[in-house]
Design a protein. Structure first.
Length: 406
């Protein structure tokens, strides 16, 4: 087992047999991330010291294969850490969330690919874009890859990219989806990241021009994402990808909402009108705080339940998860995000004229949440439709010709 870049501190001694305290690790770097958050916003990418803090904390190897120095913890540990880090910096939380989610997928690739990606650096941050926005075609020894991918969060700090692609099905109409691993040196980064929020994530476009991808760095999406890859016997990598990924997104968003609520309460408790009238005794303000607090607290309880269920599913290791269970995970995660968005929208509407200025924590939470909630995996209308379809029809019509719906 490779243990290069050993982490040392109160939360992990670096020993292969030592327990890793993901909660202590996350809390330990909050001051460092808070200190760099404004610079990440300004740079429109994650500050270098913030990226270094993520790597040094051990959190970047949470879902990395043990064979290459990783921890192979449950997705629940990663979800919790992402929520905690968002209390200090939305961008750092999001970049960690995305990159470790990619480890959750790469653990299903052939061991030769895993060795290339992780050996010598189990703490690397793996960026990419999962939607099948590019194309591949067969060539001797592998594939040729071309395309443009949006939303490459953390790409400035990543040595490898995972990219979703499609290829013409040789046996029927339509396309087959694949995911491929490509070294960063083979990919062009196009700085298109000018957005409403999540500025510090640096989620720029990734461009490939006729890049060769060896056979061992490509995996068919459907079985890989369903947890039936032939290249792993680990319970972690037999969990469905979208159940875990949606929960990870929810963790980051909930942490942003909790930070925004805290700021609103702190500011409103001492806020006055232009005429010196205190806002705190105002019944409408109190009602907004009560309702948003309840939504965020409910979202936290639901997220805790999601984490417990992910832990239990990993421990049970019962093979492919039924569609109804996968959809329930994804809907619950989308509902955590929806509750967080509603809560912050309600508070932002009452934040007054000072709430529109950059540097205001509620303003940042509002922008970041309303950007993050557009992630396809937790799009509320889409996922609610899947949940209703399962309830009423008992089926979501999955087909191997497309990426799994849940």
């Amino acid at each position: 087992m490779n243990h290069i870049n050993v982490i040392k501190g109160d939360y992990w001694t670096g020993s292969p047999t030592a327990a890793f305290d993901h909660k202590a690790a996350a809390r330990a770097i909050l001051p460092r991330l808070d200190a760099t958050a404004a610079n990440s916003e300004r740079l429109r990418r994650l500050d270098d010291d913030a990226a270094a803090a993520l790597r040094a904390s051990g959190l970047a190897r949470t879902l990395t294969p043990r064979a290459f120095g990783g921890l192979e913890l449950s997705p629940g540990a990663h979800v919790w850490a992402c929520a905690e880090l968002a209390h200090a910096c939305s961008a750092a939380s999001w970049v960690l969330m995305v990159c470790v989610a990619h480890d959750y997928i790469v653990g299903r690739f052939p061991v030769e690919c895993q060795r290339e990606v992780y050996e010598g650096d189990a703490d690397n941050l793996l960026a990419g874009a999962l939607a099948p926005q590019g194309t591949i075609e067969r060539v001797p020894g592998g594939w040729r890859l071309s395309g443009r991918w949006q939303f490459g969060s953390g790409c400035d700090h990543s040595p490898w990219f995972i990219l979703g692609t499609k290829v013409k099905n040789p046996e029927a109409d339509g396309y087959l989806n694949y995911h491929v691993m490509v070294p960063a040196a083979d990919i062009e980064i196009d700085d298109t990241w000018h957005t409403l929020g999540m500025h510090g994530t640096g989620s720029k476009d990734l461009v490939a021009h006729d890049v060769f991808v060896p056979e061992h760095r490509a995996m068919p999406t459907f079985p890989t994402f369903q947890g039936i890859s032939p290249h792993t016997d680990s319970p972690l990598y037999r969990l469905p990808v979208y159940a875990g990924l949606s929960s990870m997104v929810a963790g980051s968003v909930l942490g942003m909402a909790e930070r925004g609520l805290k700021h609103f309460i702190e500011r409103t408790s001492v806020r006055t009108t232009a005429h010196g009238v205190s806002k705190a005794p105002n019944a409408s303000m109190q009602k907004r705080v009560a309702e948003s607090s309840a939504e965020i607290a409910a979202a936290r309880r639901l997220l805790d339940d999601i984490c417990a269920r992910l832990d239990a599913a990993m421990a049970a290791d019962r093979g492919p998860m039924p569609a109804a269970e996968r959809v329930q995970f994804r809907f619950d995660a989308a509902y955590v995000v929806e509750l967080s968005r509603r809560a912050i929208d309600r508070l932002f509407a009452a934040s007054g004229a000072h709430g529109i200025y950059q540097g205001n924590d509620l303003y940042r939470a509002y922008r970041d949440i309303n950007t993050a909630c557009h992630h396809a995996v937790i799009d509320f209308d889409t996922v609610a439709g899947l949940r209703g379809q399962i309830a009423l029809l008992g089926d979501i019509g999955e087909t191997p010709l497309a990426a799994p719906l849940a």
